[in-house]
Design a protein around this ligand. Structure first.
Ligand code: PNS
Length: 163
């Protein structure tokens, strides 16, 4: 069974992530979306919120599972029986960091391959930070995030702003 892992912070999930998830799920038997339990990174959304938003957005993808993980990604992948880490690349600027992580992960576990998928042109400018910035500044995020979670994102940012 071909199992892929797609890791990330997903703070929050965007349509760019969903696009990679759907395309990756089409070429494996099971895709595990692995949400990082951010220890040092300050995420706006809690781990539970990030996982729930992904689950709500992926309800129609039968071979996609959403999990959280902490520690080394390769260890998580090994435990789940995954052979491949899937990563999305948007622009050349993503490449250097992703190259470093791919080599390090290969060094940590030679049996796990990293596969890169080019982000669709439509989403090559999109990031979770951009979604947060636009919302914070009162812009419309229609088309940038899954419809089912759009209002939850706006609500969260509004309430966080009031604090
Ligand atoms: O969405 P992000 O924040 O770019 O995702 C980063 C992620 C989760 C892919 C990366 O931080 C990661 O793999 N963390 C797990 C810790 C680990 O295995 N580090 C060694 C990789 S070289």
């Amino acid at each position: 069974m071909k199992i892929f892992v797609y890791p990330g912070s997903f703070d929050p999930v965007t349509n760019g992530h969903i696009d990679i998830i759907q395309r990756a799920a089409a070429i494996c038997d099971k895709l595990i979306v692995a949400v990082l339990v951010n220890q040092s990174k300050n995420s706006l959304f809690s781990l539970e919120e990030r996982v729930e938003m992904l689950k709500a957005s992926l309800s129609c993808c039968p071979n996609v599972e959403v999990c959280s993980f902490s520690g080394l990604l390769v260890e998580f992948a090994r435990k789940k029986g995954a052979q491949v880490i899937i990563k999305g690349l948007r622009a050349v600027s993503d490449y250097e960091y992703e190259l470093q992580m791919a080599h390090l992960n290969k060094k940590l576990d030679d049996n796990i391959e990293t596969l890169f998928m080019m982000a669709s042109l439509n989403y090559s400018y999109l990031s979770s930070s951009i979604v947060k910035d636009i919302t914070l500044l009162g812009g419309d995020i229609e088309g940038l995030v899954p419809k089912v979670i759009k209002s939850a994102i706006i609500e969260k940012i509004k309430t966080t702003q009031q604090k």
